[in-house]
Ligand binder design. Structure first.
Ligand code: DC
Length: 220
């Protein structure tokens, strides 16, 4: 059985960076499942589909022409790695993610990432729905203010203007929506809790690797 490490948690918790570094360190594949919801949002915007048109969004999710290649993401053969990180895409992705048919349409695509020698999957329902047999399930979180601050620094580094207050509101609004939706809501379940409020990225990575070594001796 190909091992999966599921890393779930709220927006801007740093789980993407942690998951990617864990994957690199183990030589595993990496799935950024949030990117798929962001791609649905971006593709909808580009095709003039409103975020209220559930049927059209489900169809779009089922037929997305997406390629993940060497750290970049392509939609219809166009580079969209940075475009899907905009705040509007974040907000619309959260709306798309609440539609059951969109989630179902993306299931097979996510499971196809499970390839030898292993996979680190980052998202909201990796351990609960997509890979319930994951060998290690981590719930990675941090205080909302710290998460808003981290997102603020990320945007500033890219030269994108941002307001701390509106980032915090957005994060809290998305947390509420992700936690309260009826399908695959964000919840810790039986995952190990990793609170990174006072941890560096490397400390968080080391903790996940240590848990994996315990869960799967011989593979780390
Ligand atoms: O992790 P992210 O911020 O890139 O995710 C974008 C949105 O997609 C976010 O609102 C939560 C949602 N999402 C989800 O519902 N399930 C996942 N497995 C991953 C992301």
């Amino acid at each position: 059985m190909i091992p999966v490490i599921a890393i779930d948690g709220p927006s801007a918790s740093g789980k993407g960076t942690v998951a990617e570094r864990v994957a690199q360190s183990l030589g595993f594949h990496f799935l950024d499942s949030g990117a798929l919801y962001r791609l649905v949002a971006l593709a909808a915007g580009r095709s003039g589909i409103s975020m209220g048109d559930t049927t059209a969004l489900e169809k779009l999710a089922a037929n997305l022409d997406v390629r993940f290649y060497q750290g970049n993401i392509y939609l219809n053969n166009q580079l969209v790695t940075d475009d899907i990180r905009s705040e509007i895409c974040s907000r619309h992705a959260s709306l798309a993610a609440a539609i059951p048919g969109v989630r179902t349409a993306l299931l097979t695509r996510q499971r196809a990432f499970r390839e030898a020698p292993g996979l680190v999957a980052d998202g909201r329902d990796m351990g609960s729905v997509v890979f319930p047999d994951a060998v290690l399930k981590v719930f990675l979180t941090a205080d909302p203010k710290i998460r808003a601050h981290r997102r603020y620094n990320q945007l500033m580094n890219k030269g994108i203007p941002a307001s701390m207050q509106s980032l915090l509101w957005d994060i809290e609004e998305r947390d509420t929506r992700d936690e309260s939706r009826t399908v695959a809501p964000l919840k810790r379940g039986n995952a190990l809790l990793l609170d990174t409020t006072t941890l560096t990225i490397q400390q968080a990575v080391d903790q996940v690797l240590a848990w994996f070594a315990e869960a799967q001796p011989g593979l780390s």
